[in-house]
Design a protein around this ligand. Sequence first.
Ligand code: AMP
Ligand code: MG
Length: 420
Amino acid sequence: MISVDEAVEKVLEHIDVLEAEESPVLGCLGQVLAEDIFSPINIPPLDNSAMDGYAVRSADTRGASRKSPRFLRVIETVTAGAIPECEVKPGTAIRIMTGAAIPEGADGVVRFEYTDESERQGTPQEIGILTEVEPGSEVRRAGEDITAGSLVLRKGTVIRPAEVGVLASLGRSKVMVIRRPVVAILATGDEVVDIAQPLPQGKIYNSNSYSVAALVLRYGAIPKLLGIASDSEDSLLARLRLGQDADMVITSGGVSLGDYDMVREVLAKQGEIVFWQVRQKPGKPLVFGVFRGMGRGGGVRNIPLFGLAGNPVSAMINFELFARPAILKMMGRKNLVKPTVEVVIEDTIKNTDGRRIFARAIVEKRGGQYFARLTGPQGSGILTSMALANGLVVIPEDKPGVKRGDLVKVMMLDWSEEVE
Ligand code: AMP
Ligand code: MG
């Protein structure tokens, strides 16, 4: 049996970053850029107004105040997207809207609030300026955000909504990103039936494939459901072959010591076992290895395979600890660690057999301090404990437990990976 940390290390040794592909910009959220992005244009492209007001020569506003306005002749109105026709000569002004190009001759904008426009009828022929403006006032300079030719986003950047916006601002509709892995998901067990079927006596619905598929989606990969294999080598192998063009295979169940736990046998025959059993609770029976499949071109493909424990809580925790970082690594992500916070624990938890415990907990912040209490019964079959939890209390393998009031670490399930 190996430790959680050793197991994560061994998993990541077997995972390679996938290839890049061109993808529409909106489909790239959470993916990693596979090219440096240079700007072909200045942003903004022209000097433009930051406010609705009047474009003026700042020298014409010297000495202007509410008591002593400076009057200028209005020669044009320029709207956003239009190019001004006239030049602002001494004694004149151009009415200008936010985002419109600054006219020739003007070097500042006076906002409507600092003019007497509200006292005039219709579009004025003349405007009273009620304040002095400095050169450059309310002017956004061409290229002040991005200059043409500059490196805007580096290869390796994770694409968030802001990056999607920046790419769109450059007119990029497609970019090169590391592609999303396809993850084949297989349930096992003679007792497991599909959720679309009536439930015969003695059977249970296949929840694992769905919780795992939802996790696969959450972390940015593409789930491919392979259905349910019965507890025979033939059935398992036949179903696994349906997943041999995937980038990863995840099974659940069939990895313990029961008479019908076939996943390890099949993996040993059709690939290689890297490790089996991890010093953790729940989720100890996890098996990880490499499944030898046939690629479309006929060549052999080594596909990482996670045989998650069958109990629904164990399967999800196995996924979070091992499959999640593997998927993120495939996608080129560098931050693979879920954030932990230190909490005051409000329950007593015993650790009797030297495994790392992951207890489902509800974490709350009160008066600047995090507190955590258990969700209730901690059986590995109680899937609603995962639905109630927002964190997993982590009790180290070498600690006999924690008691109410102790400080402990909690892995936050709904927080994004830590920035290292
Ligand atoms: P196993 O390791 O195959 O004996 O599975 C352990 C427990 O998890 C058993 O109680 C199974 O019925 C349950 N289990 C296995 N696969 C699933 C599944 N896909 N959905 C829900 N429960 C499952
Ligand atoms: Mg089973």
